[in-house]
Design a protein around this ligand. Sequence first.
Ligand code: ZN
Length: 71
Amino acid sequence: MAKTEKNKRMDNDSGDFRLMRTQTAEPFFCFRCQTEKKSKLRAEWQTAQGMKTICNGCYGFLLSKRTGRAG
Ligand SMILES: [Zn+2]
């Protein structure tokens, strides 16, 4: 049984991220929560390991963590 390992160790990565909005809801795979999402909103996260795509939820979490303000 392989348990789902979320990429939380990446939470403190100093890379930049930015929110992207597409015209239509398109499926994508969130790097951080390891889940396939379908949304018009996604974020591109530039990490030490390269560009990753994350969902709006993870983006919001990282942003609040970055600024030190919760939700
Ligand atoms: Zn996510």
